[in-house]
Every structure is written in C-alpha cells, then in structure tokens.
Design a protein around this ligand. Structure first.
Ligand SMILES: C[S@@+](CC[C@H](N)C(=O)[O-])C[C@H]1O[C@@H](n2cnc3c(N)ncnc32)[C@H](O)[C@@H]1O
Length: 385
C-alpha cells in the first residue's frame, strides 16, 4: 500500500495533526442518540486547541452529556497557544509544561446570546477554574491517573497520536470502551485492528470513505510538505490522504446492503494460487452469484454490511493470516530475473500470470517455472447465506 502523509508522520513521530471542527461535526452527527447521559473522554486533547473538546463543550446540552473530560499531554508543541492558562502555580510563565485535565458537567450560555458557542467555551475555560486541575504525571493516556479517568468514561472520542495507534486501540479494547477515533486507513491491517473488524467489534465510521482531509499542524511543521497551506492567521494546514474514522458505535448506514449486479465467470475472476478464493479488483465488481471466498480491496470495508458479508482473513504483506510456501524469484519491471527470492511470504496472495490482462509477470515459481502476479492487499470475504 502506498505510503501516505499519516504513515510518514508515524515514522517521524510527528503526531501533531489537529482535526478540523467541520470533520468532527460531519462524523459525530451520526451518533447523536448514543451520547445522552454519557461521560465523554477526550484523552489526547488539549482543551485550548482541540476541536473535539470544543465540539462536545458546544454541544454538551444538545447531546445531553453527563460529563466531559479532556486530558492534555505535556508534550504538545502547540499546547496553550490559543488561550493562556491561568493556573495559580509558582511559575505562571511556564504554563506550556503542565499536563492538566478539564472536567465539566454543566455548560452555561455565558454571554446570554441564547446559544452555546465558542465564545461560551472560551469563557468556561478562562473562568471556571474548578473545572481545570493539574495532573500528577504528564497526561499520557497510558498513565495510571488517565486510566482511572478512562474507567469513568462511557465513550472516548479523539484523534490519538498515530505512532501509538495500536497501543491506544488495545487499551480501549482492554477496558471495553465505546469509541470514535480518527486514524489512517493503514491501521486496518494492524493485527489488533483487523481482529476487531473481523469480529464485528469495530468498523469504519460514516463520513469519510475517500479523498483527503485537512489537519492543522504545528508552526514548525515543514512547509515543503505536499498539500501544505497557511491561512490568513498564519496557521498551517496539511492535506492527508487515507483518513478514516474507527468506531464501535452503531450507525444506520452500515447496515445497508451493497447492490451487486455482476455475474461470476472464471476468466474475469481468477482464483489465487495459495488461497481458495477468487480475486476481485473493485468492490463494485463483487459478483452476485458467487458463494465462495472472495478477495476484495481493503476499501471494501467502507461499504461493509456485517449482515451481508462475513470477513474471513486479511491478505496483506506481512499479515499472518496465511503464507505462500513456494520459493518465488522476484522479477524486475520487464519481467526479467533479479536473482532475488521470496519464500513463505506472509499474507501475499499470488495468482497465475495472464498475458491477456497482465503486461509482465512479477514472480516465477523456482520449482515449476510458472509465472505469477501478486495481489498485495485484499480482505477475504464471503457472502452470508
Ligand atoms: C494527532 S494529535 C490530535 C490532537 C487532537 N486530539 C485533535 O485531533 O485535534 C495527537 C495528540 O496526542 C498527544 N499525545 C502524544 N502522545 C500522547 C500520549 N502518550 N498520551 C496522550 N496524548 C498524547 C499529542 O501531543 C497530540 O496533541
């Protein structure tokens, strides 16, 4: 799968991508009924700059929340930029080094304009000192005090640091929490995520199925990054491809059937050599009359209805769902020998080279001399009866 901006962010440990309010609103409107009487926890969120906190503070009464908790990690480079913290500490000059939490159970219309808006949230942050308290540690979501808060929460909603996504998800699973989190589509192939998806304990959210989304990045973020823009206030934004919401809260649209109209024929849908399934290159091409296993692109999960299909395995390089025991020679772009070999390739699906559709073969079985193409990323599914 192509490396994209969030994947690079993972390598560089640049975890500071700030989600836009409009993107949060577009997703969360699908879950309104889940929030009534609930405790929401945003555990990677500096309330002064997180739009997740702002969204829940502004919609506190509308959603009927019981409580809203946000914890701020002290490693955030943009922490405290928007509004100055007003702690009564010995050294008020150093507010940026403090990890803190904000906990609110009531939001008033502070400016009396009849609506709860950003001005009210600002007022609340600046004036309701009872709501804000300093954490003992650094606000790490894995710390004991943050785990205690997690235990109190019903629903966790945030954009967690991408480099810690696996750990983050495992923790939510361990404590059995409901969640709506945003991350990269590549996270589907993580062992932890795929198991949850396969068992229908996690699915993709409702609002993002393609394209890219804009995130705010810290001031020091390199401007040469593709898709970077600076707005009239000097704030930097970057466009990120492959973004998805991950959740275990149900929404109506994910139970809608995918309309299938194509018919199966063995020519168009060849079987893999190392897995008993047919290959399908586009989700829309899933045949309506094939009942066996089918390998479909990962983006099938954007349309996945668990009443229509079941998920069997993940065919992606490195995944441990299955292996190919053959010794294969890797061929170059012209289909010529490279002298490099692969054996027991995990998760890689092979299908026979077909000169009618393939320009050049990519692999040669060392024992039989047969030529192959490899299909890198497929979810193996079956129609439910
Ligand atoms: C991708 S940013 C998203 C921020 C915010 N949730 C939003 O979407 O606007 C991830 C945030 O997690 C914070 N963070 C990094 N490591 C953390 C950790 N171990 N525990 C808690 N927060 C962490 C970062 O400082 C950063 O603010």
């Amino acid at each position: 799968m192509a490396r994209n901006d969030l994947a690079k962010a993972k390598d560089a440990k640049k975890d500071e991508f700030y989600t836009q309010l409009a993107d949060i609103e577009k997703e969360l409107r699908h879950y309104t009924e889940h929030f009534r009487g609930k405790v929401v926890f945003c555990n990677c969120d500096d309330p002064y700059e997180s739009n997740f906190f702002k969204y829940f503070a502004m919609n506190f009464n509308h959603l009927g929340l019981k409580r809203l908790i946000a914890t701020c990690y002290n490693g955030s480079p943009v922490q405290g930029n928007e509004l100055l913290l007003q702690f009564d500490t010995d050294n008020p000059e150093e507010p940026k080094k403090i990890a803190y939490k904000i906990e609110i159970s009531e939001v008033h219309d502070a400016n009396g304009d009849g609506a709860i808006d950003l001005a009210d949230v600002r007022y609340l942050l600046q004036n309701d000192k009872n709501a804000i308290s300093i954490l003992k540690g650094n606000g790490d979501f894995r710390s004991e005090e943050c785990i205690e808060l997690l235990k109190e929460a019903d629903i966790v909603v945030t954009n967690p640091p991408f480099s810690l996504f696996r750990e983050y998800l495992s923790q939510l699973d361990e404590y059995g929490k409901h969640f709506i989190i945003i991350g990269n589509v590549n996270a589907i192939s993580y062992k932890e995520s795929f198991r949850l998806i396969k068992e229908d304990k996690m699915w993709l959210g409702a609002s993002i199925h393609s394209g890219d989304r804009e995130f705010q990045v810290p001031e020091g973020y390199p401007l040469n990054a593709a898709g970077c823009r600076v707005d009239e206030h000097g704030r930097k934004f970057i466009r990120v491809k492959g973004v998805r919401w991950f959740t275990n809260l149900d929404y109506k649209e994910r139970h809608e059937d995918l309309i299938l109209y194509k018919s199966y024929n063995p020519e168009e849908y060849p079987k893999y050599d190392n897995y008993d399934a047919i290959n399908i290159d586009k989700t829309a091409d899933i045949p309506c009359d094939y009942d066996g296993a089918m390998g479909v692109p990962i983006t099938f999960l954007d349309k996945y209805n668990p009443e229509q299909f079941e998920i069997e395995a993940l065919g992606i390089v490195g995944s441990c769902n299955f292996t190919c025991m053959k010794k294969m020679e890797i061929l170059d772009k012209e289909g010529k020998s490279t002298g490099k070999f692969t054996i027991n390739a995990k998760g890689t699906l092979y299908r026979k080279f077909n000169p009618k559709v393939d320009k050049v073969p990519a692999f040669k079985d060392v024992q039989t001399g047969e030529l192959y193409q490899s299909i890198y990323a497929r979810v193996i599914i079956r129609k439910k009866q």
